[in-house]
Ligand binder design. Structure first.
Ligand SMILES: Cc1cc2nc3c(=O)[nH]c(=O)nc-3n(C[C@H](O)[C@H](O)[C@H](O)COP(=O)(O)OP(=O)(O)OC[C@H]3O[C@@H](n4cnc5c(N)ncnc54)[C@H](O)[C@@H]3O)c2cc1C
Length: 502
């Protein structure tokens, strides 16, 4: 079953023949120095997966260009020889977006890692895609500025990867996601067409292709330069940590904070399994008796912070908080955050493997979702720790499993898919910030109708008619959805009931 609107996606799953590999690497050697091309198995191994290690594939080759000109040469060769191209930043993605194709090239942007211009007056930075997220804030710090989107992986992840995934972080509730903090993007299509999207102003004429490019998961263009907004560091920030004896009450407290008209700089939640894993590792000072804790940050001038702390305290107390602590120094604030920011590594300490899910639901449903996840833990006989960007309704259930125990990965996979389906049923989405990649491609069949997916393919085709940029990711084909056995469900009713389900 192939939809006419779907681009002919060549997704090689078998290793290329020796002749094919030599032809491609020979062509690349003409335009790149030898040190920029990796093709031996042991050299390719570090690139076989991203942060989603359950899916692995060696690429045909990896190229590590130093310049935009070299990127153009690489794209021209891949286009001519019909070679799929997967752009890669730091490889911290959690949805398999940068996972290679067997017959494709990984285009690493790691060496394009310079901050080209930092303008403290315009409050912008123009950076290459391989610049690390935290590097931007470090460079802006002497000017009292910083780059607001702060994924927990910010020490390692690249701005190019952030753009491709429209990444979020703890402070995005108040300051916006990547899409709200990027002004301009420059890059190339597989046909070598230069695209300059956005402008130095708040808006620009024409269709908003900048917003389209942000979050497009490497399917439309290779991003080679990004202009980001910088904002002033708040004079003060203080964190309110509230304990709850029931996860549903903590969820309701989140909804109550927002309903009270408070927009904290960050509003995060961790359940008891998460705090229990984190505390011995980070010693953040969390209440281990609480079934859930909320972390709510107030920032601004000292007066604004003092007022907001009082407001938050009063709302969480009314919502049933059993204990409230307010950070009394910058060191303590950072210590409270460090536990949340290290939740994923902490999961890695208590379980051989973990599967990090990423879905979004309306905030009012947080409690309901948590109860449902508890039931799923029994169904699948697996533990699940929960951390949330609660203010955004963005869930990160961490399903703990051991890939060496037969059947555990399969159960974890089904557990994750059921969480995402529940997100859709509760009026949410199957991804909050980690992207679709290959991980959630089947769940796309649940979220979107065939005509919606056809529209996505039409956009893909407009930028990449031959389907060579990151093929097989993010948008499922009709055939794939049919195989998954699910079509779009709305109001509990399956459309096209006449179609066979597999
Ligand atoms: C411990 C941990 C914590 C995390 N916390 C968060 C979090 O709080 N919030 C969040 O949003 N994410 C989080 N992530 C996920 C991840 O860090 C982000 O998705 C990040 O933006 C990926 O950046 P990267 O440079 O590693 O990209 P990669 O993993 O290398 O690539 C990601 C995608 O971007 C594409 N891509 C990369 N560079 C380019 C380019 N120049 N042009 C076109 N396409 C490109 C790739 O093809 C791929 O599809 C976390 C990951 C880990 C491991």
């Amino acid at each position: 079953m192939q939809n006419a609107d779907e681009p002919a996606q060549s997704v090689p799953t078998l290793a290329p023949s020796r002749e094919r590999k030599s032809a491609v690497t020979a062509a690349l050697r003409v335009v790149l120095p030898a040190e920029c091309i990796l093709s031996l198995d042991e050299e390719l191994r570090p690139y076989e997966c991203d942060g989603l290690t359950a899916f692995r594939q060696l690429p045909m080759a990896v190229v590590l260009p130093h310049s935009e000109a070299q990127i153009c040469e690489i794209l021209a060769i891949c286009r001519r020889l019909d070679v799929p191209v997967v752009a890669r930043g730091s490889g911290t993605g959690l949805s398999g977006g940068a996972m290679p194709h067997a017959g494709g090239v990984i285009l690493s942007l790691a060496r394009l890692n310079r901050i080209l211009e930092l303008d403290p007056v315009a409050r912008t930075a123009r950076v290459q895609p391989g610049v690390r997220n935290l590097q931007v804030s470090e460079a802006a710090a002497p000017h009292g500025l910083y780059y607001a989107p702060d994924p927990s992986s910010q020490i390692a992840c690249s701005i190019g990867g952030n753009v491709a995934e429209n990444s979020g972080g703890v402070h995005c509730l108040k300051y916006g996601l990547t899409v709200h903090n990027v002004m301009r993007v420059r890059g190339y299509t597989i046909d070598g067409e230069l695209l300059e999207l956005g402008s130095g102003a708040l808006d620009c004429p024409g269709l908003d292709l900048l917003a389209l490019a942000i979050g497009s998961e490497g399917l439309l263009m290779v991003v080679t330069e990004i202009t980001v907004k910088l904002i002033p560091r708040p004079q003060l920030a203080q964190l309110v940590m509230a304990s709850f004896d029931d996860v549903a009450k903590a969820g309701e407290a989140v909804a109550a904070i927002i309903a009270a008209g408070i927009i904290p700089a960050g509003l995060e939640m961790m359940d008891r399994k998460a705090t229990a894993a984190v505390e011995p590792f980070v010693k953040a000072g969390y209440d281990l008796n609480a079934q859930a804790i909320l972390l709510a940050e107030a920032d601004g001038t000292p007066d604004e912070v003092a007022d907001q702390v009082v407001e938050i305290e009063s709302v969480v107390r009314a919502a049933g908080a059993t204990a409230i602590t307010v950070s009394n120094s910058e060191a303590e604030r950072l210590r409270f955050w460090s536990g949340r920011k290290n939740a994923f590594p902490a999961a890695g300490r208590v379980s051989p493997d973990y599967y990090c899910m990423d879905g979004t639901i309306p905030r009012k449903n947080l409690g309901r979702m948590l109860k449902a996840i508890e039931e799923m833990e029994l169904t699948y006989a697996l533990r699940c720790m929960n951390v949330f960007h609660a203010g955004d309704g963005n869930l990160h259930p961490l399903i703990l499993f051991d890939a060496n125990v037969p059947g555990e990965w399969e159960r974890a996979d089904r557990f994750g898919a059921q969480i995402l389906e529940l997100c859709v049923q509760l009026g949410g989405t199957i991804t909050g910030e980690h992207g679709v990649g290959i991980e959630k491609i089947n769940s796309m069949c649940v979220q979107f109708s065939p005509s919606e997916r056809a529209a996505f393919f039409a956009v893909k085709k407009a930028f990449d008619p031959v389907g060579l940029l990151n093929p097989g990711k993010a948008i499922p084909t009709l055939a794939r959805c049919a195989e998954y056995g699910k079509m779009h469900v709305r109001g509990g009713a399956l459309p096209h009931p006449e179609l066979p389900r597999f």
